[in-house]
Write a protein that binds this ligand. Structure first.
Ligand code: ZN
Length: 353
């Protein structure tokens, strides 16, 4: 009888122990699920740093689950890209004002002056090899959420500022063109309109679709957006549907800006090829047209990177080097003018040739 009682007690203890372990497990699982939900929310609000902490906390709360690694990796990529972006552009942000070279007035037809042409030789009109075409560079088009941050102040042009700048361009006779137009102009196959200008936007931020695209429709001006082709599911970036819609409008052209926005000079050749040709292919797949233009992330390039861009079949590429003169032979290293969010309209106008 005593043995039976002892057995019963033992079974009960084991049973209660199992129930406790099970309850503990369920409680930990629910806690980690709540943490993941909160982390997803923060990620969607573009706060990857806090999201990463919560994902890690969720993982230590319930180490057996396998559904944390993917969102955690995604948040780390986003954070890394933001940090790299800040790091690389900090030096530009520190500059009080851009020191632009005096714009060179380049005649449409220019004659070489170094070797005088003999008088009786028939004059051959050389093709224009360089043209004065400012390529403006923008990033975010939205109200700066961190006005005290110098870098953010540089990179954020408000919708109202852009509206004024576009209005200025229209009322002062500027004509927005595409990169294909510029190339044709440099080759001499077309004559560019008076005061040609190119407007570029880097990274494919969602703020472009929300705030800038309506302005380009309003003024019927053209722009080129350089897309990071693995970011379309990230909340702060444009989706493929939005990109396709803008492409169909005929106002917005698209160029490649790699798949993950790395500093290409720091990568193996194989990875550079994947980033460069891969982003071209991604855009071509989604837009069903050939993509001709590329922008180096952070404006970082070396001979190997430039050669990879040429070999990938691009027509040319833009840098963050400052200048407004575009040269045919230098079309894989085209300079731009970074529009600083702290500029007044007068500052903006002074930067244009
Ligand atoms: Zn970029």
């Amino acid at each position: 009888m005593r043995v039976v009682t002892q057995q019963k007690i033992f079974i009960w203890v084991i049973f209660l122990l199992c129930i406790s372990i099970l309850s503990f497990g369920v409680w930990r699982y629910i806690s980690s699920s709540l943490l993941i939900a909160k982390a997803n929310q923060l990620y969607a609000q573009d706060q990857p740093e806090t999201a990463i902490l919560l994902y890690q906390q969720a993982r230590s709360t319930f180490p057996f689950r396998r559904d944390i690694e993917t969102p955690l990796r995604r948040a780390k990529i986003l954070l890394q890209s933001e940090l790299k972006f800040e790091d690389k552009t900090q030096s530009i942000a520190d500059l009080p004002k851009q020191q632009l070279p005096v714009p060179t007035k380049v005649p449409f037809f220019h004659f070489p002056t170094s070797t005088p042409t003999p008088l009786l030789t028939p004059t051959v009109i050389p093709m224009p090899k360089q043209l004065s075409v400012p390529i403006l560079m923008y990033h975010h088009i939205r109200i700066n959420p961190q006005p005290g941050n110098a870098l953010w102040a540089l990179l954020h042009v408000s919708p109202q500022q852009l509206d004024q700048q576009l209005q200025y361009l229209v009322s002062h006779g500027y004509h927005s063109i595409t990169f294909d137009d510029l190339f044709a102009g440099l080759e001499g196959t077309i004559v560019l309109p008076e005061k040609p200008i190119i407007l570029t936007f880097d990274d494919g931020w969602g703020s472009f679709y929300e705030n800038a695209f309506p302005l380009f429709q309003k003024y019927q001006l053209k722009a080129t957006e350089f897309i990071i082709t693995s970011y379309q599911t990230y909340p702060a970036y444009m989706t493929w549907e939005q990109i396709q819609q803008m492409d169909a409008s005929g106002l917005i052209s698209f160029g490649a800006h790699t798949r993950d926005h790395p500093d290409l000079t720091k990568l193996s050749t194989k990875t550079v090829v994947n980033e460069v040709t891969g982003s071209k292919r991604d855009l071509e797949t989604h837009l069903k047209k050939s993509i001709h233009w590329f922008a180096y992330p952070y404006g970082a390039y070396n001979d190997r990177v430039v050669k990879t861009v040429q070999d990938a079949g691009f027509t040319g590429a833009v840098t963050t080097n400052i200048g407004t003169v575009q040269i045919l032979d230098n079309r894989f290293l085209m300079p731009r003018v970074m529009v600083d969010g702290r500029w007044s309209l007068t500052d903006f106008a002074q930067r244009l040739p």
